[in-house]
Design a protein around this ligand. Structure first.
Ligand SMILES: [Zn+2]
Length: 307
């Protein structure tokens, strides 16, 4: 009996796909691909495609926007060079904003809330005025019924007196409406800033948990904070919590969720899943890391109905 010929490795083994990625992708994208692949698989974030956009600008920052899009500035890639654990913490933080739907609420909510504030202020002032109008009419003519019965000349006179008062009153009302709007807008800004700080803490928590589950060093998150603390103005930024508070919170997370336990959980899931595929945009400025469904409609149709 002839010896069975050794099977060739299937093209989708991790070694092959990662080797290919390393040859094909610009270095930063290769790193981001590997980071997203591990974080997504270890944390069950692999049910959706992720898009990474590189912004060629020296900002030490990254942000989450649109649907599952993560923008990474050159500056942060440069500052975190050689530290994939720190990069993983940043990426996991942004994935956390998406997972918690922080962006969706943020933008639309604010526009809606401001419209509501303006409406409320008008109703508050004009409602008061209407009540006052009713009172003064009643005082002058001794009640609405008399007003209606008398009509004619007296009614006309009464109308012009109220009309003159009306101009002044209108100006006063507008002023009051504006004052109320200003005050409520300021309260809203404060509330939103507090919410944003809360969101940052939540994203930091996911940043730590998800990157450590993906096998990266827990200290990576602390090293990111070290870099952020050096950005001028970081102490006075009111939308973000102060860096020392974020460091404190991360240290507390390290105790609450021991790294070894997280890493073990993540590894179990990674070992049960296959590497995610990716597509680099033609202009090489964005990378899509596909969900477990892959990134090709054509391949999916072939799979379903044959070629
Ligand atoms: Zn954030």
């Amino acid at each position: 009996m002839a010896k069975p010929t050794p099977q060739r490795k299937p093209a989708s083994t991790s070694a092959t796909i990662y080797e290919q990625a390393k040859k094909q992708l610009p270095e930063d994208f290769y790193a981001l691909y590997r980071v997203v692949d591990r974080i997504a698989r270890a944390n069950e974030f692999d049910n959706r495609p992720w898009r990474i956009v590189a912004i060629p600008k020296y900002n030490v920052n990254a942000f989450a926007t649109d649907v599952n899009l993560i923008a990474v500035y050159d500056g942060i890639l440069d500052q975190l060079a050689g530290d994939s654990s720190a990069l993983a913490c940043v990426v996991a933080h942004e994935m956390g904003h998406h997972a918690k739907r922080h962006i969706a609420t943020g933008v639309t909510q604010k526009t809606e809330l401001i419209a509501k504030i303006e409406e409320e202020a008008k109703r508050e002032v004009l409602g008061e005025q209407e009540a006052a109008n009713n009172e003064s009419t009643a005082a002058v003519v001794g009640g609405a019924v008399v007003n209606r019965v008398v009509g004619g000349t007296i009614g006309g006179l009464l109308g012009s007196v109220l009309g003159n008062q009306g101009v002044q009153r209108q100006a006063d009302s507008q002023k009051r409406i504006n004052q109320i709007i200003e005050k409520k807008k300021q309260e809203l800004e404060e509330r939103l800033a507090a919410q944003e700080r809360q969101h940052e803490f939540e994203a930091d928590e996911i940043g730590y948990i998800a990157s450590v589950k993906a096998g990266f060093e827990p200290e990576g998150c602390l090293r990111v904070m070290q870099v952020l603390s050096q950005i001028p103005g970081s102490e006075t930024d009111t939308d973000h919590p102060a860096v020392p508070k974020r460091i404190e919170a991360i240290k507390a997370l390290m105790i609450k969720y021991p790294p070894q336990t997280l890493a073990k959980e993540g590894e179990a899931r990674i070992s049960k899943t296959k590497p995610l595929t990716y597509n680099l945009s033609k202009d090489q400025t964005s990378l899509r890391i596909n969900s477990t469904r892959g990134g090709s409609q054509a391949d999916d149709i072939d799979r379903r109905f044959g070629k």
